[in-house]
Design a protein around this ligand. Structure first.
Ligand code: ZN
Length: 316
């Protein structure tokens, strides 16, 4: 108990140091993407959200919504992908709604840059990749292929070997191409051990029946010190992940909670959500052999990242 208290105390001290580092870094290099905050611990996360730092951004976002209470608008800022001053456009697509006479836009999926047309989530992920992929030849595996995101990354990082894939069906062969689409089953990747430098996954793991097995596979195929970044719908208020559905031994889908589907470029019905992730996903990643596991929280009004965005990052 005492040991746990000491660890928690040390982490709280680290936060204070990190905030000073963040403040200085932002003033030295205004254009760099730096997380506001990073942690692997729910207690520390809660502490941050309730702190003056977390409160400030929360208030800034409320003021922004009040000031820009229009159905559609553009907002000036700096795009880290294009590396120019630009305008970000916001509209009601992707679940925008009205709440108490206030337009609540989906700021994660909107804020499209007028130059690169990428939204807030995509720009953040590519900005981080830009900081990860140097001039060295890197093998990068994206868990998507027939998306704007893949096309952009594939074109942008010409020095890197960028491989994308989609899940086609259980009867397709991993690593094979069907009409130029590569099939991969994330629970059974076709890549050999220690062969990939960077894995990127955007909103995929909630759709995998056994995410733990898929995390193991990512760890197996990554080279030593290889990096894994991903986003998932994350329930920061809960510790234990909730299983919404599972596959029985005959491969049939069993629903525990009402079926929920997200958009899938290959299926009109969408992809079924198997898991609502809570903080135990951090423990699962550590159990599967990952180190430096953390959630990074980004938000910047000058870089068109208005709502807080969480990126999971770890290494082998
Ligand atoms: Zn741009």
């Amino acid at each position: 108990m005492f040991k746990k208290f000491i660890i928690l105390f040390k982490r709280l001290i680290q936060i204070q140091f990190y905030q000073v580092f963040y403040w200085i870094s932002c003033r030295i290099n205004k254009k760099k993407i730096i997380p506001l905050f990073k942690t692997d611990c729910k207690l520390i996360y809660d502490h941050y959200i309730k702190s003056s730092y977390g409160f400030k951004y929360d208030q800034d976002l409320i003021h922004h919504r009040e000031k820009f209470n229009f159905q559609e608008y553009t907002f000036p800022g700096y795009c880290n992908v294009c590396e120019v001053d630009t305008h970000f456009s916001v509209d009601m697509k992707w679940g925008g709604r009205m709440e108490k006479n206030l337009y609540i836009h989906n700021l994660r999926e909107r804020l499209e840059c007028s130059q690169c047309q990428l939204n807030s989530r995509q720009r953040l992920s590519i900005s981080i990749l830009k900081q990860m992929i140097t001039n060295l030849k890197r093998k990068v595996y994206l868990m998507e292929q027939i998306t704007v995101y893949f096309n952009f990354v594939n074109e942008y990082f010409k020095n890197a070997e960028v491989i994308g894939s989609e899940y086609l069906s259980s009867s397709h062969i991993g690593g094979s191409y069907y009409d130029d689409i590569r099939h991969e089953d994330c629970e059974n990747l076709s890549f050999s051990d220690n062969s990939v430098d960077i894995i990127v996954s955007n909103e995929v793991f909630e759709h995998i029946p056994d995410p733990g097995k898929a995390f193991s596979e990512c760890n197996r195929v990554l080279k030593k010190n290889g990096q894994f970044i991903f986003t998932i719908p994350f329930y920061s208020g809960t510790y234990v992940s909730e299983i919404r559905a599972f596959l029985d031994k005959n491969g049939e889908i069993n629903h525990i909670k009402p079926a929920e589907y997200h958009g899938n470029p290959l299926s009109e019905k969408g992809s079924l959500v198997f898991t609502d992730f809570g903080w135990d996903v951090i423990d699962t990643l550590k159990d599967k052999g990952f180190k430096n596991v953390r959630i990074e929280i980004y938000q910047s009004f000058t870089k068109g990242l208005l709502s807080p965005q969480l990126i999971f990052r770890c290494s082998k």
